[in-house]
Design a protein around this ligand. Structure first.
Ligand SMILES: C[S@@+](CC[C@H](N)C(=O)[O-])C[C@H]1O[C@@H](n2cnc3c(N)ncnc32)[C@H](O)[C@@H]1O
Length: 204
């Protein structure tokens, strides 16, 4: 959502650098929160500049990751962020609401759902569920708010930013469970990482 607000390519590169920098600090904590080695074909929806895709191919040597994002973001990632040596990372330009999304074992959806209202989240998760291979899953990376909504402070502050800037918010594990169940996912595991972002694995 923030990328869509940028006014020039230069500004877009700066925002993308800022977003991606988080994953050089704590991307490994996200990708190692669960054993993702059974999932070899991975699609990072709204994958941006590929910080998590990079962590994935480095931690799981049998994995390939497709970064799916809007065409102009994919172009930017190819030109400025992902090197040709990272050949297990490929790209797919499209709009995940209106265009088809590729079949995969695992979909990473990192810092995407917090941009969107519940109905759009459900639309996207249902679409993922439909194309996800049997036994596959979805890995949500978000800043989790406690179920009683009293903390943690950093998640609440992020939620205020999302409420002001986007149509979304940070959500609680119960809110994610409701969305995942409605989309058809049968099982959900939550990992609080102790970092700014946490991880939820939903299984088909
Ligand atoms: C907050 S960024 C997160 C990027 C990346 N997942 C990360 O954690 O660094 C949200 C991403 O979703 C992408 N996005 C937003 N709407 C989209 C759409 N309709 N189809 C595909 N990608 C979209 C944006 O371009 C952006 O890269």
């Amino acid at each position: 959502m923030f990328l869509q607000m940028t006014r020039s390519e230069e500004e877009m590169i700066k925002v993308t650098h800022f977003l991606n920098a988080f994953w050089s600090v704590c991307g490994r904590d996200m990708i190692s929160a669960f054993d993702l080695s059974p999932f070899t074909v991975i699609c990072d929806l709204g994958g941006g500049a590929g910080g998590l895709a990079r962590e994935c191919i480095s931690l799981y040597p049998n994995s390939t990751v497709t970064i799916y994002d809007l065409p102009k973001v994919v172009q930017l990632a190819k030109e400025h962020f992902v090197t040709p040596e990272e050949s297990r990372i490929t790209f797919h330009g499209g709009d995940f609401f209106t265009d088809p999304i590729p079949e995969a074992d695992l979909y990473i959806v990192a810092r995407v759902l917090h941009d969107w209202a519940d109905d759009k989240c459900l639309e996207l998760l249902s679409k993922i569920h439909k194309v996800c291979k049997p036994g596959g899953g979805v890995l949500l990376v978000e800043s989790l708010v406690d179920d009683d909504k009293t903390g943690p402070l950093d998640a609440l502050l992020l939620s205020v930013i999302m409420l002001v800037q986007t149509e979304g918010k940070e959500r609680t594990p119960s809110e994610f469970r409701k969305l995942l169940t409605a989309a058809g996912f049968r099982e959900m595991q939550v990992k609080k990482t102790g970092k700014l972002y946490d991880v939820i694995l939903g299984r088909k």
